[in-house]
Write a protein that binds this ligand. Structure first.
Ligand code: HEC
Length: 171
């Protein structure tokens, strides 16, 4: 094989490579999609960006009543471990750092016997229905500004639904 022939083969290889790269880039050009603008999903109260924010938005629009239909008392009982340093859950349970929570669903807000509530909670009014519990447990300090409940909140709607189902069983 003389060098002329080798050159031809080399040339052919280069050409093939160029075509290959060209096709790849063409694909990129044809099918290139801009990453979604994170700003498009930012809604009030949601600080995450992109996909996380989408998940949060999707989560937020499901009403708690709907989530409760598939909520799990068992799982709620497990999530309640986050509360037991401050709350008792059993019938006749004592107040701890926070008021006893037996029978809390539909009880008047701030009405636990023998518990000294903050002005924030004492002045809130209403009852602990599903909606109220959902709002409070998501972000206690935002829902009842000035509350003494030093708890960051349950960000996942499913966690809240499960724990509300559990609380609802305590009667
Ligand atoms: C660090 C302690 C602490 C933790 C943890 C905590 N709480 Fe509380 N909770 C409190 C205190 C204190 C209050 C009373 C708040 C006030 O007076 O402002 C309270 C109040 C409440 C109330 C209102 C009760 C009433 O009688 O009006 C509910 C409901 C409640 N907590 C549920 C929960 C649940 C459910 C969890 C767990 C997911 C939890 N808390 C975790 C301390 C805590």
């Amino acid at each position: 094989m003389d060098s002329f022939e080798l050159n031809k083969i080399f040339g052919a290889l280069c050409f093939t490579l160029l075509v290959y790269l060209g096709v790849q880039n063409l694909g990129d050009i044809l099918f290139h999609t801009e990453p979604a603008d994170p700003q498009a999903y930012v809604v009030e109260g949601v600080v995450e960006e992109g996909a996380v924010a989408v998940a949060a938005v999707v989560e937020e629009v499901v009403p708690i009543a709907e989530l409760l239909q598939t909520a799990s008392i068992e799982k709620g009982m497990k999530t309640a471990k986050k509360c037991i340093s401050c709350h008792s859950f059993e019938a006749g349970g004592a107040n701890k750092i926070g008021p006893a929570l037996w029978g809390i669903v539909d009880r008047e807000v701030g009405a636990g016997a023998g518990f000294k509530y903050s002005e924030a909670l004492a002045g809130l009014g209403g009852q602990w229905d599903y909606e109220a519990l959902n709002g409070f447990l998501e972000n206690p300090k935002k829902y009842a500004v000035g509350t003494n409940m030093a708890f960051a909140g349950l960000r996942k709607a499913n966690d809240r639904a499960n724990i509300i189902a559990y609380l609802d069983s305590l009667k």
